[in-house]
Every structure is written in C-alpha cells, then in structure tokens.
Design a protein around this ligand. Structure first.
Ligand SMILES: Nc1nc2c(ncn2[C@@H]2O[C@H](COP(=O)(O)OP(=O)(O)OP(=O)(O)O)[C@@H](O)[C@H]2O)c(=O)[nH]1
Ligand SMILES: [Mg+2]
Length: 224
C-alpha cells in the first residue's frame, strides 16, 4: 500500500495525492458483474475495494459521484435497492464493489441472514480486497447493525475505513458531534483505518480526499 493522506507531510504531497485520485477517477468506469451468490463471484483479478453500509446510506450514490457518472450504480429512495454484489471496473486499475445494504427494518429474517452470509463469505474469501469503505450516515447516530458490520469486518480480518455521508443535509455542529461520536466508537474497534472522511454526493464535499485515498490502493497507472 502506498502512503495516503495520513502520511502526507506537506501541502504539495497532499495535492499530489489528490491529483492521483482525480486522474484515477477520470478513467472510464463500467459495470461488469452482478453476483447474488457467493459461488458466482467474478474471477479474482486486480485490487478491489467495496462500499458497505446500511440500506439507504448512499453507497450507490457515492460510486456515481466519485466516478462522475449519474447512473452507473442504481440509486433509489426505496431502501434495499441494491440486492447483489455489483462489480465495476475503474480503468483496469481498481475494481469497485457496491454491496447490498444492511439494517433494512422491513427486510425478512431470511433476507437479513442471506445478506450477512453473502457479505461474510465475500469478505473472507476475497484475497484482492484491499479495503472496505464503511459508509455511515452523517445525520444519525451509529446503529446496532453498524456495530455488527464492524464486528463482521474484524472477524473477516478486512481493513475498513469509515466515511460519513450526506454532510450537506446536516448542520455543521451536529456533523461535528456525529464525527466525534464515530471516533469514540472506532476507538473500541480494532481494524478500523484511523482516518474518517466526511462526504456529500450531492455537493461533492470530501470526494477529492476519498479519491486520493482510494488511489493509494489501486494498480499503478501504466507507464506512458
Ligand atoms: N442529501 C443527500 N442525499 C443523498 C446523498 N447520497 C445519497 N442520498 C440519497 O439517499 C438515498 C439512497 O441513496 P442510495 O445511493 O441508493 O443508497 P444505498 O446505500 O445504495 O442504498 P441500498 O442500495 O438500498 O442499500 C437516495 O434518495 C439518494 O438520493 C447525499 O450526499 N446527500
Ligand atoms: Mg445501493
């Protein structure tokens, strides 16, 4: 893994990382696989990252926003929109996975168990998975299902990073309190990456930093 934002010592180093992120995400990004079952995953290829989080937290939206594409991943007001693991290829340098959301109250018990099973099998069995981006809503407090996801990630030994979403829809003071709350939660969670990013897919806030961080996990650009 290459040094990321936490290791950047100067403004120049930080700017260089942001530029790498911009260049990576300016590549074309295409959907290439949907899997409903764990024995139907696409073959393991290059480095992979996955977006996970509660239903409706904004996983599909942030994939669209990061890649500057309006309808690459399907977004919906109805929670539970994404029902499979959807795989996207970003410039042959990074595979991005959109995961189904958890914590959807109306889901049946069997659907919830299927989700947990699929997610855990995927997380454990994917050697190229570099990091999971665990999205948490910037407007509401940490839920029990978020803690369960953290435990699943810990048990699967997959490094994960928390990213807060929907920052445009919350007052700054409340957002700051939410951030402090998440920091406190993560202090007790081994395996969480120490940098929390705050984002909005509506305004683009924080997306340059997330692109920069993800670029450190991608395959190097081919030599020109
Ligand atoms: N205000 C605001 N709304 C957002 C933002 N990101 C997503 N939304 C809205 O939140 C809703 C859910 O977004 P999705 O991207 O479909 O959420 P998801 O996590 O993929 O949901 P599932 O696939 O059901 O698990 C949609 O109505 C989006 O428009 C954001 O940054 N700000
Ligand atoms: Mg979705």
């Amino acid at each position: 893994m290459k040094p990321g934002l936490l290791e950047a010592r100067t403004d120049e180093e930080r700017a260089a990382l942001i530029e790498e992120g911009r260049v990576l995400f300016a590549q074309s990004c295409t959907f290439f696989y949907a899997s409903q079952k764990i024995d139907q995953l696409p073959p393991v290829a290059g480095p992979e990252i996955a977006f996970c989080g509660r239903s409706n937290v904004g996983k599909s939206s942030i994939i669209n926003a990061l890649t500057n594409q309006k309808s690459l991943a399907r977004v919906s007001n109805t929670p539970g929109r994404t029902k499979q693991l959807n795989f996207f290829n970003l410039g042959d340098r990074l595979t991005i996975v959109d995961m189904p959301g958890y914590g959807y109250a109306q889901a049946s018990k069997s659907v919830k168990e299927d989700w947990q099973g699929l997610m855990f099998d995927y997380l454990r069995g994917r050697p190229t998975l570099r990091r999971v981006i665990l999205l948490m809503d910037g407007r509401i407090e940490t839920k029990k299902t978020d803690l369960q996801a953290m435990h699943l990630l810990r048990d699967a030994a997959v490094p994960y990073q928390v990213v807060l979403t929907k920052a445009d829809d919350v007052k700054p003071a409340k957002l700051a309190a939410r951030q402090a709350e998440v920091e406190e939660v993560l202090r007790k969670q081994p395996g969480a990456f120490p940098l929390i990013l705050t984002t909005s897919s509506e305004t683009g806030l924080g997306l340059d930093l997330l692109r920069a961080e993800l670029a450190t996990l991608a395959e190097d650009a081919p030599a020109a």
